[in-house]
Design a protein around this ligand. Structure first.
Ligand code: FAD
Ligand code: 2HG
Ligand code: ZN
Length: 502
């Protein structure tokens, strides 16, 4: 875990005191308060889960975690924090991959875990209104009997919360089909940094009455307020879904394959996901999905998972079969082979090969993650270039960097470049940054396609955003949060903390 030391204006923020704790304990039930301060005095191990991120890369020093059950409770807590200038870190499922949900010092952690009720669901319109702390999978399960699905899906669905998804503007595996949360979120309820409740929890599809304020909170990573309620449009469940893994002899075939697949599958194409050979092997090694046979993987440099979702099973299957036949019988085939799922279990198992890479990587070692938007044609070059960079610094090997891999959302132009190391080290960090960010900037890409800025990329924003944009972002932050209490040291275009991890 990395250590941070406050160097500047966070010094104007106050720590939680015993008096604050007494105040919070008065408005919350005892089970909603976790603190190492007296008189609560929980063991610090009870707070560890909230002070450590999913990757074990970032470590905070919160003394107090509050788990309110209602918006009113959140509002009272935040009002107190505003008056007392106490830093607050909103925390959802704590599955974020950029350290955004972990305090940089001893800020108060406000966990949404106890705000987990569905407020309403309209099976006709498909509009769901839920507390921000509802776990994504539980919302999926809630609406399934009504033949609706969530417009977002991701590997962390069993733990991440809808409020966290909104706050990171998570992309995930369904973006190609259903678009981003900027389109599907219809309304939000937000507790602003002074405790005021902003009620924009509308269920209207259309509302052009002035600035669309809710958009500011989608992807704000808890720096502008606490999202407490979400209204979201859920699509009808497809009548038929199918998937196939295609093994490609070389990366260069991915682009023409994508063009062909889009043309042939047209309206039923719902995902086009990429994993390179290293990602595939790690997924298999760590039990994510079922391995393909030796014949099927022979000579494959990378794989693509194609999913279809449509309204008529026979029609969709026929289209997918035709696609496969055409691909295999082409004069110069773009693929070596294709493995089509034949049952719901196989469908899940093929998906697991792609969806499980993050989990596999975390079992293999410590990961440096770069979630970037670059032109599809340069995916492989970026992965290979990074490997070369590490090799040239003598950092490849079992005791340093074990693997460099690429996978991601081809349809969204989003590459996940992962570097798996035996442990986090200053040398590896220095070899990767600013190297990766400069490569991204040379393509006019984005240093964060979908995971956000968090604690990781506060210094990297300028590689993707021009000074005018950064200046306006700063003004917006100051407008909403003049005391700088909301998730301090994150996202901020002008970082107020220095990383002392080396
Ligand atoms: P947290 O991690 O708790 O918080 C994330 C950020 O949002 C923090 O800055 C936090 O302060 C803020 N926040 C959380 N809740 C609130 C709230 N209610 N109000 C205000 N701010 C809040 N991301 C993708 O985009 N696509 C993927 O495919 C994807 N796959 C993943 C797979 C795995 C296995 C894992 C571990 C992560 C993956 N992620 C992916 C990362 C992704 O950002 C998170 O999984 C998810 O969106 C975060 O939700 P959370 O509830 O865990 O939020
Ligand atoms: C995915 O697409 C997630 O699997 C996680 O966004 C990516 O772990 C990563 O780098
Ligand atoms: Zn992703």
């Amino acid at each position: 875990p990395r250590a941070y030391r406050c160097t500047h204006s966070a010094s104007s923020l106050n720590s939680v005191t015993e008096e604050d704790l007494a105040y919070f304990s008065d408005i919350l039930s005892p089970s909603s308060v976790l603190s190492t301060l007296p008189p609560v005095s929980s063991p610090s191990s009870d707070l560890d889960l909230h002070n450590t991120d999913w990757m074990g890369k970032y470590k905070g020093h919160a003394t107090t975690v509050l788990k309110p059950k209602t918006t009113q409770e959140v509002s009272k807590i935040i009002k107190r924090c505003y008056e007392r200038r106490i830093g607050v870190v909103p925390q959802g499922g704590n599955t974020g991959l950029v350290g955004g949900s972990i305090p940089r010092n001893d800020e108060l952690v406000l966990s949404l875990a106890n705000m987990n009720n569905v407020r309403s669901f309209d099976p006709v319109s498909g509009i769901l209104v839920a507390d921000a702390g509802c776990i994504l999978q539980s919302l999926t399960d809630y609406i399934a009997p009504h033949n609706h699905i969530m417009p977002i899906d991701l590997g962390a669905k069993g733990s991440c919360q809808i409020g966290g998804n909104v706050s990171t503007n998570a992309g995930g595996l369904r973006l190609l089909r259903y678009g981003s949360l900027h389109g599907t979120v219809l309304g939000l309820e937000v507790v602003l940094p002074d405790g005021t409740v902003l009620d924009q929890l509308t269920t209207l599809r259309k509302d052009n009455t002035g600035y669309d304020l809710k958009q500011l909170f989608i992807g704000a990573e808890g720096t502008l307020g606490i999202v407490t309620g979400v209204s979201i449009l859920t699509p009808p469940a497809p009548q038929a879904s199918n998937n196939v893994i295609l093994a490609l002899p070389k990366f260069d075939n991915v682009l023409p394959l994508y063009t062909t697949v889009k043309r042939e599958l047209s309206e039923i194409l719902s995902a086009f996901e990429f994993i390179d050979r290293t990602a595939y092997e790690l997924a298999v090694k760590h039990g994510q999905g079922r391995a393909l046979s030796d014949d099927e993987v022979a000579g494959a440099e990378c794989f693509v998972l194609v999913e279809t979702s449509g309204g008529r099973r026979e029609h969709d299957e026929e289209k997918l079969q035709n696609l496969l036949e055409n691909l295999l019988e082409a004069e110069k085939p773009l693929i070596n082979t294709g493995v089509l799922s034949q049952s719901p279990a196989q469908f899940s198992s093929l998906w697991a090969l792609r969806e499980g890479v993050t989990e596999a990587v975390s079992k293999e070692g410590k990961a440096y993650k770069y979630d970037i938007s670059v032109p599809l044609s340069s995916f492989q070059e970026v992965v290979d270039g990074t490997r070369e960079q590490l090799r040239s610094k003598g950092l490849l090997g079992e005791n340093a960097v074990k693997h460099v891999l690429g996978y991601g959302h081809v349809g969204d132009g989003n590459l996940h470049l992962n570097i798996v190391a035996a442990s986090y080290s200053p040398e590896i960090q220095a070899a990767l940054e600013p190297y990766v960010y400069e490569v991204v900037a040379s393509h006019r890409g984005s240093v964060s396609a979908e995971h956000g800025i968090g604690a990781m990329k506060t210094n990297a924003l300028h590689y993707s955003k021009d000074p005018v944009s950064i200046a306006y972002m700063k003004k917006i932050k100051e407008l909403f949060d003049p005391r700088g209490i909301m998730n301090p040291g994150k996202y901020s275009p002008q970082p107020i903390f220095q990383d002392h991890s080396g």
